[in-house]
Design a protein around this ligand. Sequence first.
Ligand code: ATP
Length: 298
Amino acid sequence: MLKVEHIVKYYGTHLAVDDLSFEVQDGEIFGLLGENGAGKTTTFRIIMGLLDATSGTVTLDGKKIDYSMTDKIGFVTEERSLLTKMTVKEQMLFYGRLKGMTEEKILQELDHWLERFQITDYKNRKIKELSKGNQQKIQFISAVINHPKLLILDEPFTGLDPINVQMFKEAIWDLQKEGASIIFSSHQMEHIELFCEKLAILVHGKAILEGYLSDIKKEYRKKNILLRGDVDLDEIKKIKGVEAITQKGEDYEIKISEEAVQKKVFQAVRKYDITKFVVEEASLNEIFIAKVGDFNGQ
Ligand code: ATP
């Protein structure tokens, strides 16, 4: 289990991380969200022991993370940390040995992953000759070749087409099943919703929202109704608790202030010929924009 306790980081006088705490259990995927510059990369570097926190502690299975634990950690980042003049095999041998693996084990794992990602032909090719997406696969393999206890995925899907995104998703779920603690960071909220039961949203280094996604959604009382049919929009707009109506393809999306308002909307539209009436929780994207916007506006 990863435990981050009260970490604070100042760069000079600039406060980049402000008393951040969270836990990631074995087999759990935790989402770390935030606008550009919110402090995510700084937090990752502190967790990996690459940067000292001004104060606070980070432990993995009860032990402080330092250089001796690199063999337990994997990191996929947007900035490629590949040794591009090497071949795929040479780089894996290099990283694998750094992580304390035997040559035999490295090559066995490498063959497994190259096959899984359908790039077996690239084993002896120089990394710089690979496409961006295939380089991303090599970066992913470098991060997971040692079956890390802690895996940090910072925008892992950058540059991947939808088929390869699916391949990565399945690989991440398999690593979760193996019991890895995973931190996932992305600006694409649908990815966070798909993977993360628990999350924190950072604004200027501070967690303004933290907890289980289901609780966050429950607490955020606003909901959306998706409605299809020939209805009188002016009549709906007048209902107390209806905040906005927008057209989404063939549907109208009606934002309501709380669940109880749906009954009033339903009463108003039932006399029309409606073919769809669905009440949905707000998306994480909507909650993120509302919460971060509120905070910045304070
Ligand atoms: P992004 O989503 O754009 O990657 P981020 O959430 O990862 O952003 P950080 O890179 O952690 O954000 O930056 C947090 C804050 O700390 C920013 O205000 C940034 O300008 C500042 N910062 C980051 N690295 C340094 C550094 N080496 N020296 C001084 N300030 C820094």
